[in-house]
Write a protein that binds this ligand. Sequence first.
Ligand SMILES: [Zn+2]
Length: 243
Amino acid sequence: MQIVERGLILRETPYKEADIMLSVLTECNGKISVLARGARRKSSKFSAAVQLLAYSEFTLYESAGRYTINEAEPIELFYGIREDIVKLSLASYFAEVLEQAADEDCIDPELLRLGLNSLYAIAKTEIAHEKIKAVFELKIAQLAGYAPNLFSCVSCGEGDAFSSFDIRNGSLLCSKCDPGYHPKVDASVVDAMRYILGEDIKKIFSFSINDASMKLLSKLTDEYLRVHFDRNFKTNTFYKTLF
Ligand SMILES: [Zn+2]
């Protein structure tokens, strides 16, 4: 059976002599493995469309749940990401997290939208990388089912004067209940987190935050993703060695 499908390439693995096995996050079929025959040959007609982080339209032959590429046309290659080690490292981290979050049996088009919007923000906007990374981390945690509770203190139920954030519980603590060892938050961090969780993906980067609060948010989302996905992403470890 032949199908036409759009998807973002999250991982590529050399396969046999000249083939590449791709992990592709698609619009309609979730995450699928796709074989690109001969894609490592210089003469391959679809080498641009099958590179890591390309968003392409594929004509696929499907048989017993296995997909092979017949045709591939790039839609968006995110030029600008591959020439800059910082941008490429951040984008590779996003690809690794997306691959972990995407379930082969569960189709969530929001994951693909978050991936494409985040790569676009890296490649084509002046938005600070620290902000893009924090927004991506919190939003993908939400899409994966790990949204924090940001409306009242988990201990006493008070609704304001938050002073810290319990990462493991995904909840806020007010200044009276703060035991002192959780990461600190201020009102701007809480507002930013509420904005990211509540807003549509196409607007999630459109909020302002001062540098000090951005630093708090950034540390918090980095740790939040690591704890709730129960994994140290090696691409994130590498990204952080660049600074
Ligand atoms: Zn409290």
